[in-house]
Design a protein around this ligand. Structure first.
Ligand SMILES: [Cu+2]
Length: 426
């Protein structure tokens, strides 16, 4: 009897240890899997860029591009990662001027990778190196050049770093409040006099970047949200906020200009400020107004039960006089759930209207091409409901036989072009 119990115990231990061993293997695999998420980026430092301003004027810029031939966008390319990722940013200085660096503003990077001249490395003309850091906290951060940074940042050497919650969860931070869609605004200004009068030394690769020179008094005349202003913003899908009733928008705000920003939300958006500078606030609070000083970032949740169109005001405030010197108006549209106000995919090339439609709808291409199209209509379950061959631009499509609901429209051109749109049928 005793030996039987002993045998039973041994067997149990064996089974247990097998289970523990499997659990151990699974745990190790999970940890190794998590440790292996690497995100690679390339930022090419250039000093021969340009920006097109809202009035058609242009200004010379410095900036970061992703390809050798690319005009550096303003702001620079978005660095978008998840919490826990290991981030590798290859920086190449191809500019014919003084050195540049990349400073990771607000991120917990080690000193060697911090991009502050003297304590970290500088990249001279033709040099390249990789910045390495771990994205330890979800949040909104800024990167910018830290060489002669007053000038280099004004010239355009900046961009946003967005660290999403772990595993790309749609929450403001890991375990934080959930959202449906997100937007990120990086605000700045341009004083064109600075851009026009960048000293020659800035295009001389023998310069160390530590020389001193005179710059004009700062007097910006262009006020940017994501590098755009006035009517440019209205056609910028990354800035113009579009949402649906009772859906939550997570808006990331950053300021890399020299003015303070005062952001005023319509009351109906029920703005709630939840995080700042890459950390959750100890207590979230509701406010229609958020002040964002240079270098700061805030996270705001917006949600509306009402259907409306309005604007969010972004004031640019002179921190010496405390006076607002300019305001940009960012449109916001909240539509009914499932009503698709704008159906256009692929840069407004294809329009499908009216929407919602009843008996007919029309397809219209912005480009007039001598092309015929085959059109397929799928219901939301992905089942093909109708197809029409060889239609032309502007033709009407009969849909009276289809029941109410949301449909996906697949359009194939005889030239190989392909478009996808949506329509709601009443
Ligand atoms: Cu620089």
């Amino acid at each position: 009897m005793k030996s039987l119990i002993h045998e039973f115990q041994l067997k149990a231990i064996k089974i247990m240890s097998k289970k523990i061993f499997i659990l151990y293997i699974l745990l190790v695999a999970t940890l190794v899997g998590q440790a292996q998420v690497k995100k690679n980026f390339t930022l090419i430092m250039r000093t021969t860029g340009y920006i097109v301003l809202y009035n058609g004027d242009t200004a010379t810029t410095f900036g970061f591009a992703t390809k050798l031939s690319q005009n550096p966008p303003i702001p620079g390319p978005l660095i978008e990662v998840n919490e826990g990722d290991s981030v590798f940013v290859l920086a190449k200085n191809i500019s014919q001027g003084p050195p540049h660096t990349i400073h990771w503003h607000g991120l917990d990077v080690d000193q060697a990778n911090d991009g502050t001249p003297a304590t970290s490395f500088e990249l001279k003309h033709t040099e390249e190196a990789t910045y390495k850091f771990k994205a330890t906290h979800a949040g909104t951060y800024i990167y910018h050049c830290h060489m002669g940074d007053v000038v280099h940042v004004q010239m355009g050497m900046y961009g946003l770093v967005v660290v999403h919650a772990a595993n790309a969860a749609k929450t403001a931070w890991t375990g934080g409040p959930a959202y449906d869609t997100e937007y990120a605004w990086l605000n700045s200004e341009i004083d064109k006099k600075w851009h026009d009068s960048v000293p020659e030394t800035m295009h001389d690769s023998t310069q160390t970047g530590h020389e001193s020179f005179m710059i004009p008094k700062y007097n910006p005349t262009y006020f940017l949200v994501n590098g755009k202003s006035k009517q440019q913003i209205k056609s910028d899908s990354l800035t113009y906020i579009k949402s649906e009733e009772n859906k939550t928008v997570y808006l990331r705000l950053g300021n890399i200009g020299n003015m303070q920003n005062r952001i005023i939300f319509p009351k109906k958006l029920n703005a709630k400020i939840i995080d700042s500078d890459g950390r959750p606030l100890p207590a979230a609070f509701s406010s229609d107004t958020v002040w964002v000083s240079p270098g700061e970032r805030y996270g705001v949740l917006l949600q509306s039960a009402a259907i409306f169109s309005d604007s969010i005001a972004v004031d640019y405030i002179n921190m010496n006089t405390h006076k607002s010197i300019a305001t940009e108006w960012i449109p916001v549209t909240i539509t009914k759930t499932n009503s698709i106000a704008e159906i256009n995919i692929y840069n407004n090339v294809l329009q499908i209207f009216p929407n919602p439609a009843k008996d007919n709808f029309y397809i219209q291409f912005s480009e007039q091409k001598n092309v015929k199209y085959n059109l397929s209509v799928y219901n939301s379950a992905g089942i093909l409901c109708s197809s029409t061959q060889k239609i032309q631009n502007g033709n009407s499509i009969d849909c009276h036989h289809l029941s109410q609901g949301l449909y996906y429209i697949n359009v194939l051109g005889t030239d190989g072009s392909r478009y996808v749109g949506k329509i709601m049928l009443d």
